[in-house]
Design a protein around this ligand. Structure first.
Ligand SMILES: *[C@@H]1O[C@H](CO)[C@@H](O)[C@H](O)[C@H]1NC(C)=O
Ligand SMILES: *[C@@H]1O[C@H](CO)[C@@H](O)[C@H](O)[C@H]1NC(C)=O
Ligand SMILES: *[C@@H]1O[C@H](CO)[C@@H](O)[C@H](O)[C@H]1NC(C)=O
Ligand SMILES: *[C@@H]1O[C@H](CO)[C@@H](O)[C@H](O)[C@H]1NC(C)=O
Length: 417
């Protein structure tokens, strides 16, 4: 295999398996844009909440930089009358990870998935959908086919998407502070926003649950992700030439199909090689995953993550040269996010897995040490370790309810007084 095609193979593997679930080739479901059309008719409320008897509202918010995002609200549990719904309840904002969307929280049965479990436990549930995903592809002036639409990384998800979604839930829930739950990239978004001490974010959140935390990536053990990172920046512009990184796009799709057909290549194992060996994926959640994911993201976002893997720093997007960084940040290197600056009274619950090769145990310990640099009371920083969980288990395992979500809700209760 030539160097060039090996680069493509590696990056394509990253694109597909980054979606963090067992996806055999070929990819079903059409491109992101064709699914966007279908989604306009059938939103997440209709496909994942209504069939199980949950009330559900579709909302939209516009970010400061013009992205029109969808949010779903599940204001009540199964069988609850609307009279008791929402009013006075504590809201929770759920933020999915990379190449996923809000369906992340509703992939298993109502007894297994966090979105339903929170609603059935008396929470007012708000589900965010990042810009560029199937329900959040509109903008006040740009089309998603414009390359300018994709000119962002997770810096903007922290500075724009999180405040926009949070503000909507916060105000509609009667200015009740929200708990936050992030998975994977959704944890990084919150850590970044809280580190910057964005008042609007700190002021509307009560606590944050961080599942499969991502902050430092220097010890990331996934061989595929590391290989992709090692070649990504140098090669991305060369071969991608694409500002939208769509794992379902036709040329990517057919490459993957070919790779997966090669003797000795098992795409289930590729997934394990990327996310770690998930112990407890529920079969039905894999089917739901196949119907809804993976989602597109910005190539710039992928480059930013690759920078973190290579450099081990938790910092803003690196424009690659002194001039670019001077122009954007007024300094030669991108400014670091300092998690120790997260206000010391802000409660954090971290849950990480022993087999997670994206959220590596050493990197999580580094995050915990950094957080502990500012004084925090014992119950304000809680770290849970689930030895046999890998990256996707935190949202797709059949037993996540008892092993992760129950302790998480106990933590929430503690911080509602
Ligand atoms: C929309 O949902 C209905 C039932 O909820 C289903 O029959 C139909 O196939 C869905 N359409 C699309 C385009 O997904
Ligand atoms: C992308 O956004 C940055 C600012 O965040 C800006 O400096 C740059 O010119 C933009 N690039 C394109 C191609 O729009
Ligand atoms: C990996 O983890 C070890 C132990 O925490 C640390 O000393 C080292 O700096 C880390 N490497 C990177 C590249 O982050
Ligand atoms: C999952 O579903 C597949 C196909 O329906 C089946 O062969 C397999 O046994 C199922 N696995 C489990 C653990 O239920």
């Amino acid at each position: 295999m030539s160097g060039g095609s090996r680069v493509i193979v590696v990056v394509v593997c990253l694109a597909v398996v980054a979606a963090a679930a067992a996806r055999p080739a070929p990819i079903a479901g059409g491109t992101s844009s064709s699914r966007a059309a279908a989604a306009a008719a059938n939103g997440t409320c209709q496909s994942r909440a209504a069939p199980f008897g949950y009330a559900c509202e579709e909302h939209t918010v516009t970010t400061e930089d013009g992205y029109i995002l969808s949010l779903q609200r599940i204001p009540s549990g199964r069988g609850e009358t609307t009279a008791t719904a929402a009013g006075g309840k504590v809201p929770v904002l759920l933020q999915h990870g990379l190449m996923m969307d809000g369906v992340t929280w509703l992939m298993n049965s109502p007894d297994e998935s966090l979105g339903y479990i929170l609603a059935d436990n008396g929470y007012d549930v708000w589900i965010a959908n990042t810009r560029g995903t199937v329900y959040s592809r509109r903008h006040i002036s740009l089309a998603s086919t414009d390359s300018a639409y994709w000119n962002w990384s997770w810096d903007e998800l922290a500075s724009n998407d999180l405040p926009a979604g949070g503000k909507d839930g916060y105000s509609q829930a009667g200015q009740q502070k929200m708990h936050y739950v992030g998975h994977s990239l959704g944890t990084l978004i919150a850590l970044a926003a809280l580190s910057e001490q964005q008042q609007e974010v700190v002021g509307m959140l009560r606590s944050a649950g961080l599942l499969s935390p991502i902050a430092f990536l220097g010890n990331l053990s996934s061989p595929l992700a590391r290989a992709a990172a090692d070649v990504f920046l140098a090669e991305a512009l060369y071969w991608l030439g694409l500002s939208e990184f769509d794992p379902t796009e036709e040329s990517v799709h057919s490459l993957v199909t070919d790779i997966c057909k090669q003797p000795g290549i098992d795409c289930y194992n590729l997934m394990s090689a990327f996310t770690g060996d998930n112990c407890c994926l529920d079969n039905s959640s894999v089917q739901v995953f196949l119907a809804h994911e993976p989602q597109a993201t910005a190539t710039k976002n992928m480059i930013h993550l690759a920078q973190m893997i290579r450099g081990g720093r938790l910092a803003k997007y690196d424009y690659g040269d002194t001039g670019g960084n001077m122009a954007h940040y007024g300094q030669a290197t991108p400014p670091a996010y300092d998690v120790a600056a997260i206000p010391s009274g802000f409660p954090l619950f971290l849950s990480s897995g022993g087999r997670d090769s994206l959220s590596d145990a050493q990197d999580v310990r580094r995050l915990l040490r950094a957080l502990a640099q500012s004084p925090r009371d014992g119950d304000e920083l809680t770290a849970q370790f689930v030895a046999d969980y890998a990256h996707a288990d935190f949202v797709m395992a059949r037993d996540a309810g008892e092993r992760v979500y129950a302790p998480l809700m106990a933590f929430f209760k503690l911080h509602e007084k």
